[in-house]
Write a protein that binds this ligand. Structure first.
Ligand code: SF4
Length: 317
């Protein structure tokens, strides 16, 4: 296997194809409302990540029903994941979160609840309440943590409002509740180089993340990043370099970690720059072709865990 795609994981785990249903909640983010910061991350647009979402004014049940009505006839889909996608979904009073999470798993075809949030919005109390829902409805819960990079100096540059430590803390806490963990990572932030790419893979592997979702950096209109881009304050890498970074990341990444995506997507009308004006599926296919051609695969260079300096003394090595 060249890499471990999400579709394969879902098929193995649930016995058939499973589809994610995005749900938008009327939430905000502590990096916008003044709790951690006011301006948000420098790349984040007004509507967060929810380009494909229905309006958050619709109820959760309505959003699920609408999305199912679109997907079921098209793909003959039977199982679904409710995905609380936009902004910081655990950043609300706990009773409200419990109410939303419970509503999101009522449909009998829902097998899992995925929740996107920030590492500084994870706490033991919140996890224990979500765990009760997980048990009551016999579903999987995956917490998708926005990290973007393990380079804590770059985290400052993009105004994340948290460092690497909060991410590590969140992952360790989530694991105590047997929930799945996923990290969102951008491999081509302007201040990161190949050493950062490798360190990203190593830290995800050492922390035993379950899933990773990669995005290439897109420049969303009317953001601080857009301003820097227009004034030549940042330099973007080429598509070839992005592909090299993804391949290197995969080589260093443990083969157990599922890749939700190798590249994201954002609509052209909202961006000044997105995916080198190339379809995401084309970029993904080119990465796979390149890896096949050169006999490269996920985990090929993942030999740095479990005491690598002791390997010469290991009789089984
Ligand atoms: S944490 Fe997420 S929602 Fe908040 S500003 Fe950053 S990218 Fe946007």
């Amino acid at each position: 296997m060249i890499y471990y795609p999400f579709s394969d994981y879902l098929k193995h785990h649930y016995g058939e194809k499973v589809y994610k249903l995005p749900i938008a909640l009327p939430v905000t983010c502590p990096n916008r409302d003044g709790t951690r910061g006011t301006n948000g991350c420098t790349f984040c647009g007004e509507i967060g990540a929810g380009y494909e979402n229905l309006p958050s004014s619709m109820t959760i049940s309505e959003q699920i029903a609408n999305n199912k009505a679109h997907i079921v006839p098209k793909y003959k889909a039977k199982k679904f994941i409710s995905y609380l996608q936009n902004f910081t979904n655990t950043y609300m009073p706990i009773e409200k979160l419990v109410q939303c999470a419970t509503e999101a798993v009522q449909d009998k075809d829902i097998v899992a609840l995925y929740i996107a949030t920030r590492p500084d919005c994870i706490s033991e109390y919140y996890l224990s309440r979500l765990n009760a829902i997980k048990k009551q409805y016999n579903i999987d819960i995956c917490i998708e943590l926005g990290l973007q990079t393990v380079n804590y100096k770059s985290l400052k540059k993009i105004n994340r409002g948290h460092s690497l430590a909060e991410f590590i803390d969140a992952v360790l806490q989530i694991k105590q509740y047997n929930m799945l963990t996923c990290a969102h990572i951008i491999l081509d932030l302007p201040w990161d180089d190949m050493d950062d790419v490798i360190e990203n893979a190593k830290i995800m592997s050492a922390l035993k993340l379950d899933q990773v979702k990669l995005h290439a950096l897109y420049i969303i209109k009317n953001t601080k990043m857009a301003d820097d881009y227009l004034h030549d304050k940042i330099k973007l890498i080429s598509l070839d370099d992005y592909k090299k970074r993804v391949i290197t990341f995969l080589e260093y990444l443990s083969s157990d970690i599922v890749l939700q995506r190798l590249i994201g997507r954002a609509p052209a009308e909202n961006t000044l720059f997105s995916n080198w004006h190339t379809g995401w599926w084309k970029i993904r296919d080119e990465i796979i072709t390149e890896m096949e051609k050169n006999n490269l695969y996920q985990g090929k260079l993942c030999n740095y865990l479990n005491g690598p300096a002791l390997k010469k003394f290991d009789p089984y090595n």
